[in-house]
Ligand binder design. Structure first.
Ligand SMILES: NC(=O)C1=CN([C@@H]2O[C@H](COP(=O)(O)OP(=O)(O)OC[C@H]3O[C@@H](n4cnc5c(N)ncnc54)[C@H](OP(=O)(O)O)[C@@H]3O)[C@@H](O)[C@H]2O)C=CC1
Ligand SMILES: O=C1O[C@H](COP(=O)(O)O)[C@@H](O)[C@H](O)[C@H]1O
Length: 510
C-alpha cells in the first residue's frame, strides 16, 4: 500500500548527538520497515562534526548498536542508509551555513526527486531552539509556496514560565503555530493515548470518573537508574523540570480533562489547556506542605550499586537539585472539586514503572466489618500501567469461600499485549509519523506548555529561595518518608508495588 505521507526531507539538527543515534534514526528506520515512509524521502543530518555522508551512515546506522536488536536484513539496512545524507555546519545560525543547507536541499530534490517539503528537527542543546528557526526563516525555509515546512522542538521547552513564553514568542515569529510540533515522548506512548479511549469509549467509567466516586488519583513515574553520565544536564534541570512539568502533567491531563467535543487536535488541546488552567496554584507558603523534594544517597537498586547523586559524574558536590518529587494538589473544577491528586517521580527507586491509580470511595456502610477488619478499607482501585506490562487492573473485594463474610481483594487484569501480536510502536516512531502526516494531536500546544509552567513556577521559586527543605532518600528505596505524610487524612497512600505487576496488597488468610 503506498504511504499516505508526502515526499519530504527530514532535517535533524544536532544529528551527531545521542538522541539522534539512540531514538530518532532507529524510529525513522522503523517507519521505513513498516512501509510508512514515502518512496521519495531523505534524511539530512546537520551538525558541526565533520562527517561525509558515508561517515554519518556508519555512525548512525552500521555502527549504531540500537539497530542490532532490530533483527534487520542487510538489504533493508543498506537501502535505508542510502536515504541518509549529511551537511556539516560551522555554526547552527551562520548565514553561509544555512544557505549551504538550503542549497543541499535543492540538490537532494534535483538528484532524488524528494520535493520541497521539510521537517526541521531541533535535537541540539536548548539554547539553539530559537536561533535555528530564526536562521531558517531568514533563508526562507520556514514556509514556501512550493511545499510545507514543519518544526519539531525537543524538550526542554523553556526553563521556567518566563523563558517558555519567550521561546514561544520567538519561534512563533518564525513559524506558524500550526507548523510547530513540541515533542513530549510520553504523548507518543500507546498507553497514554489509551487513557482517552478507556475514559471516553466506555460508558461505565463516565459516571464514576468524578468527585462523587473517586477518593484520590495518584500518578507515579519511577526509575531505577540514577543520572548516569547525564549529571551535567540533569543538575540544571532536576526531577520537576525533567519529568513533572512535561510528561506527568500531560498524563494528568489525559486522566482528568473533560471530554473533548471531537477527537481532533484543536478539541483535545482545548480541553487540556482548560485542565491546566484549573490546577489550584500551590502558593509559596503551601509548597512545604504540598511538595516534597529529595536527593538520592548511596545505595543499591535493580540497576546495581549507586553512588550518591552528589558523587555522580558532572554533579557539583554541593548540588541542591532534586532527583525525587512527590506532590499533592487539587483541580478546581466541577468534576474534581475536593479530590486530591498525588504525583511523584524519582531516580534510583526500586522499580522502573509508570502508572496511574484511581482509588474509588468506600461504600457508605461497612456491612461486613464484624467478619473482617479488612472489609472496612477494601481498596477499589483502577491501576493503569503505562509501562511496563502495559495494561490495567481493577481491584475489588470478593467473598472468601466458606463461613461468614470474609473479604479478599482480587483483580481483573488486562494486558495490552493480548490485544495485538504486532509490536507496539515506540513513542518516537509514532510521533515522527504524525508530524510527517501533519497530525499535531499528540504534540503539545504553546499555550498549554505555558499553562503547565505557570503551575510549576511558584514551586521552583520557593525552592530557589531555599524556603523548603531538600530531603534525602537511600537509592533503592521508595523515596523520602516525608512524601508519605502528604497523604495524611487522604486514605490509601502511595502504591509501592513489590514488582511491576499488580501486587495484591491485602490478603485474608483462608
Ligand atoms: N538524549 C536523550 O535521550 C534526550 C534528549 N533530549 C533533548 O534533545 C536535545 C538533544 O539531546 P542529545 O542528543 O542528548 O544532546 P547532545 O549533547 O548529544 O547534543 C546534540 C548535538 O548538539 C551539538 N552540540 C552539543 N553541544 C553544543 C553546543 N554547546 N553548541 C552547539 N552545538 C552543540 C553536538 O553536535 P555538533 O558538535 O556536531 O554540532 C551534539 O552532537 C537536547 O536538548 C536534549 O535535552 C530530550 C529527550 C531525551
Ligand atoms: O524525558 C525523560 O524521560 C526519561 C524517562 O522516559 P521513559 O520513557 O523511560 O519513562 C527520563 O529517564 C529522562 O531523565 C527524561 O529526560
Amino acid at each position: 500500500m503506498p504511504s499516505s505521507v508526502d515526499s519530504h526531507v527530514l532535517v535533524i539538527f544536532g544529528a551527531s548527538g545521542d538522541l539522534a543515534q539512540r531514538k530518532l534514526i532507529p524510529a525513522v528506520f522503523d517507519l521505513f520497515r513498516g512501509g510508512y515512509l514515502p518512496e521519495k524521502f531523505a534524511l539530512l543530518g546537520a551538525s558541526r562534526t565533520d562527517f561525509t555522508d558515508e561517515d554519518f551512515r556508519k555512525k548512525v546506522v552500521f555502527d549504531n548498536e540500537h539497530f542490532e536488536q532490530k533483527d534487520a536484513s542487510d538489504d533493508d539496512v543498506k537501502t535505508f542508509s542510502e536515504k541518509l545524507f549529511y551537511q556539516d555546519l560551522a555554526s547552527y545560525d551562520g548565514e553561509k551555513d544555512i544557505e549551504a543547507l538550503a542549497a543541499r536541499l535543492i540538490k537532494l530534490d534535483e538528484e532524488y526527486g524528494v520535493g520541497k517539503n521539510y521537517i526541521f528537527y531541533l535535537s541540539t542543546p536548548p539554547k539553539l531552539y530559537s536561533t535555528i528557526p530564526g536562521a531558517l526563516a531568514k533563508a526562507g525555509l520556514n514556509e514556501s509556496e512550493e511545499g510545507w515546512s514543519r518544526l519539531i522542538v525537543e524538550k526542554p521547552f523553556g526553563y521556567d514560565e518566563e523563558s517558555a513564553v519567550k521561546l514561544n514568542k520567538d519561534i512563533q515569529s518564525y513559524f506558524r503555530e500550526n507548523t510547530i510540533y513540541r515533542i513530549d515522548h510520553y504523548l507518543g506512548k500507546e498507553t497514554v493515548q489509551n487513557l482517552l479511549v478507556t475514559r471516553f469509549a466506555n460508558g461505565f467509567f463516565e459516571p464514576l470518573w468524578n468527585r462523587n466516586y473517586v477518593q484520590s488519583v495518584q500518578i507515579t513515574a519511577a526509575e531505577t537508574v540514577g543520572v548516569g553520565s547525564r549529571g551535567g544536564y540533569y543538575d540544571e534541570s532536576g526531577a520537576m523540570r525533567d519529568m513533572v512539568q512535561n510528561h506527568l502533567l500531560q498524563v494528568l491531563a489525559h486522566v482528568a480533562m473533560e471530554p473533548p467535543i471531537r477527537a481532533d487536535a484543536p478539541s483535545i488541546r482545548d480541553e487540556k489547556l482548560k485542565l491546566f488552567k484549573s490546577l489550584r496554584p500551590i502558593t509559596k507558603k503551601d509548597v512545604k506542605n504540598q511538595v516534597v523534594r529529595a536527593q538520592y544517597t548511596e545505595g543499591r537498586t535493580k540497576s546495581g550499586d549507586v553512588v550518591s547523586y552528589r558523587d555522580a559524574e558532572g554533579v557539583p558536590s554541593e548540588s541542591k537539585t532534586e532527583t525525587y518529587v512527590g506532590m499533592k494538589f487539587f483541580i478546581d473544577n466541577w468534576r474534581w472539586a475536593g479530590v486530591p491528586f498525588f504525583v511523584r517521580t524519582g531516580k534510583c527507586l526500586p522499580l522502573k514503572l509508570t502508572e496511574v491509580v484511581i482509588t474509588f470511595k468506600n461504600p457508605p456502610q461497612a456491612l461486613f466489618s464484624e467478619y473482617d477488619d479488612y472489609a472496612m478499607s477494601c481498596d477499589n482501585q483502577l491501576i493503569i500501567r503505562i509501562q511496563p506490562d502495559e495494561g490495567m487492573a481493577l481491584e475489588f473485594g470478593m467473598k472468601v469461600p466458606g463461613e461468614g463474610f470474609r473479604v479478599k481483594n482480587v483483580d481483573m487484569d488486562f494486558f495490552y499485549r493480548d490485544l495485538t501480536k504486532n509490536d507496539v510502536p515506540a513513542a518516537y516512531t509514532r510521533l515522527l509519523l504524525d508530524c510527517m502526516k501533519g497530525e499535531p494531536t499528540l504534540y503539545a500546544r504553546g499555550d498549554s506548555v505555558e499553562a503547565a509552567w505557570a503551575f510549576i513556577d511558584p514551586i521552583l521559586k520557593a525552592w530557589e529561595a531555599d524556603e523548603v527543605p531538600l530531603y534525602s532518600y537511600t537509592a533503592g528505596s521508595w523515596g523520602p518518608l516525608q512524601a508519605d505524610a502528604l497523604w495524611k487524612g487522604e486514605g490509601s497512600g502511595w502504591r509501592n508495588p513489590s514488582d511491576s505487576l499488580t501486587e495484591k496488597k491485602h490478603y485474608t488468610k483462608l
